[in-house]
Ligand binder design. Structure first.
Ligand code: NI
Length: 180
């Protein structure tokens, strides 16, 4: 178990296109999954992608069993480990919503995302995941899977007037978002 340092925007490792996972059952892969969970939990993240801890593989973790203090108003998203994901947008419509990122600490921005999408991949046991989701769940998946393409949410933004410090934009979050 280890909480790993989270890379911040500006680190070129966040801009790589991640490689597919080829071997699920190895001790190294189990240790990576544990580190992703530990790091996400320690940071109160809504999700975390392997590239954010410097690992060049197509793995994201997201969701939680309890409400997230950084996103107290967000509907719950099931705890998920998604490996080698493929996303298929199911809406033409893009909806703006506020996002933060542990690699872009202290800031939030308004980001357009598809409102509905299908995502496929496998879990750590190699079982297929195939879900059709919408709203905040769809947003989280798009954000995390963007990390696997070397895309950070500011690169998706259309209006930089809607970009600012979390403590200014959302003062009611208080300390919950201090490490945002
Ligand atoms: Ni992020």
């Amino acid at each position: 178990m280890a909480v790993r340092p989270i890379l911040k925007m500006g680190d070129p490792r966040l801009l790589r296109v991640a490689r597919p996972v080829e071997a699920l059952g190895t001790p190294e892969f189990a240790a990576l999954l544990q580190d992703l969970h530990d790091t996400m939990r320690a940071a109160n993240g809504a999700g975390l992608a392997a590239p954010q801890i410097g690992v060049d593989l197509q793995v994201v973790v997201f969701g939680a069993d309890a409400p997230n203090p950084r996103y107290p108003d967000a509907p719950p998203v099931p705890k998920t480990v998604l490996i080698n994901p493929v996303l298929t947008p199911l809406s033409e419509t893009l909806e703006d919503g506020w996002e933060g990122c542990l690699s872009v600490p202290g800031l939030r921005g308004l980001v357009p995302r598809h409102t509905r999408l299908r995502y496929e991949g496998v879990d750590p046991q190699g079982q297929r995941i195939d879900r059709t989701v919408e709203g905040f769940h769809a947003r989280v998946v798009q954000h995390e899977c963007d990390h696997l393409q070397g895309i950070l949410y500011p690169m998706r933004m259309r209006d930089f007037r809607q970009f600012g410090f979390t403590e200014v934009l959302f003062p009611h979050l208080g300390d919950a978002a201090a490490d945002d």
